[in-house]
Design a protein around this ligand. Structure first.
Ligand code: NAD
Ligand code: UGA
Length: 429
């Protein structure tokens, strides 16, 4: 099939490469000219394991362009994969989606299936339909399909090839788009959940909100464990064996970050409130997440004291391992808080670049050793595999102090303590 993917970010670029690998001819279009230039010279603008190789492998079925109009005109299936970032009031900035709607209105001259993969607030797909009609597009020329995406950064390619479900939200009376969606995803083995536009949108938000809830729940339990010398990792392992609870997303830590959970929980709350629905559970989820770092900043203060003369090495800048994405990263929030408190902060990450805006003195080191040298405290903020296999004997000799805070509960405390270092985990003995 001839497919146009609008937006060459984590979702759009991965979708483009995977759809090309499934045998389709894909035009991936982005308004960011530098991004398109990079892609046309063989460079991936984002780091995602296996993505560059997949793009390279399918280059004869993949075209990258910044000409949105032409891409819409030439293809019968249009995927919307542009960003939907948060606004200060918690609602969603739909300006990128609206700009796509303008481009669609100006360029739909033959039949199109418009497929929304961006995570859009409740009611947006129906609104896109109404807007296109209002802008004069003939109702016979387009169908809107909601096809939310559930991939995780760091394993985006794998997740898109092996989803646990494919959600297809259709307009009432649409009898043609399901067959088209089946053709698009031919080769992907996953149950297809066929539903309405509104249901598909609610499924996406409920999924992210539930996962965020599990994380905040276990982080609250970790705070209780901390006061009763109990170990949250044993608690999580035990309760996770109950299939009604499940073992995933029960890793206590300094909180969830990334471009999705924080903004999607906010957007869900906002949509609910617009229709007069209160959301005490979702608000508690946010509150635990927002205050989780403070618990560990208090611990740094009480263990190493005066900030002006003390160095904290922060390992991790990305919001999770295997990505260079720092959007709403808890590691970055930690660095900002420590910097504002006048600690001398040296951060390290294997892939991510520290956003320096607003920072007074915090810096990024080239190597782990440079970050840790003379540190009074070492704080693991992102659970990169390379941090788990650090030589703690050497670390002890590099550090001036002895405090290791494992903000992701990713190291065996015995391993740290046996080298004379002090270990503090998240709700862990
Ligand atoms: P991103 O910021 O990485 O990429 C978005 C891209 O769209 C950018 O390259 C931008 O230049 C481009 N763009 C913006 N407006 C455009 C326009 N009018 N025409 C053409 N290109 C345009 O975003 P992302 O992380 O890929 O997320 C995209 C959407 O998918 C969001 O709604 C997000 O919530 C959702 N989502 C993301 C993930 C994830 O893990 N990142 C997972 C599931 C769903
Ligand atoms: C998340 C969802 O997992 C995807 O299904 C969804 O498609 C995506 O959001 C989205 O809608 O964009 P992602 O943000 O890439 O994916 O990363 P996750 O692996 O879910 O991690 C999110 C955050 O939660 C990270 O900061 C991670 O460190 C934290 N986390 C995760 C925990 O603190 N504990 C856990 O047990 C799991």
């Amino acid at each position: 099939m001839d497919i146009c993917v609008i937006g060459a970010g984590y979702v759009g670029l991965t979708s483009s490469a995977v759809l090309a690998d499934l045998g389709h001819h894909v035009t991936c279009v982005d308004k960011n000219k530098e991004r398109i230039q990079a892609l046309n010279s063989g460079e991936s603008p984002i780091f995602e394991p296996g993505l560059s190789e997949l793009i390279q492998k399918n280059q004869n079925r993949l075209t990258f362009t910044d000409d949105v109009g032409e891409a819409i005109q030439k293809n019968s299936c249009i995927f919307i994969c542009v960003g939907t970032p948060p606004l200060p009031d918690g609602s969603t900035d739909l300006s990128y989606v609206m700009s796509v709607v303008d481009d669609l209105a100006a360029n739909i001259t033959s039949k199109k299936t418009v497929i929304t993969k961006s995570t859009v607030p409740l009611g947006t797909n129906e609104m896109i339909h109404r807007l296109l009609l209002k802008k004069g597009v003939s109702p016979g020329l387009f169908r809107i399909v909601s096809n939310p995406e559930f991939l995780r950064e760091g394993s985006a390619v794998h997740d898109m090839f092996h989803p646990d479900k494919t959600v297809i939200g259709l307009q009432h009376g649409d009898t043609t788009s399901l067959e088209i969606m089946k053709q698009i995803y031919k080769g992907i083995q996953a149950p297809m959940i066929v539903t309405t536009l509104n249901d598909a949108e609610v499924i996406k938000f409920t999924s992210n909100a539930f996962l965020a809830t599990k994380i905040s729940f276990i982080n609250e339990v970790a705070r209780i464990c901390d006061r009763y010398q109990a170990d949250v990792t044993s608690v999580a392992a035990a309760i996770g064996l109950d299939p009604r609870i499940g073992k995933h997303f029960l890793q206590a830590g300094v909180g969830y970050g990334g471009s999705c959970f924080p903004k999607d929980v906010s957007s869900f709350i906002h949509s609910a409130k617009q229709r007069g629905v209160e959301t005490p559970i979702l608000e508690a989820v946010q509150s635990v997440n927002e205050t989780q770092l403070d618990v560990y900043i208090d611990k740094i203060h009480s263990y190493i004291g005066d900030s002006l003369t003390k160095k904290v090495a922060v390992l991790g800048i990305a919001f999770k391992p295997n990505t260079d994405d720092t959007r709403s990263s808890r590691a970055v929030a930690l660095i900002q808080k420590l910097d504002a408190l006048k600690f001398n902060v040296m951060a390290y990450d294997p892939k991510a670049i520290l956003p320096t805006e607003g920072l007074k003195t915090a810096k990024q080191a080239e190597t782990i050793a440079d970050a840790i040298l003379d540190a009074d405290c070492l704080f693991i903020a992102t659970d990169w595999p390379s941090f788990k296999t650090l030589d703690w004997k050497k670390v002890k000799t590099w550090m001036k102090g002895d405090l290791v805070i494992d903000g992701r509960n990713c190291i065996d405390p015995k391993e740290i303590r046996k080298h004379g270092l002090r270990y503090i985990g998240v709700g862990r003995v």
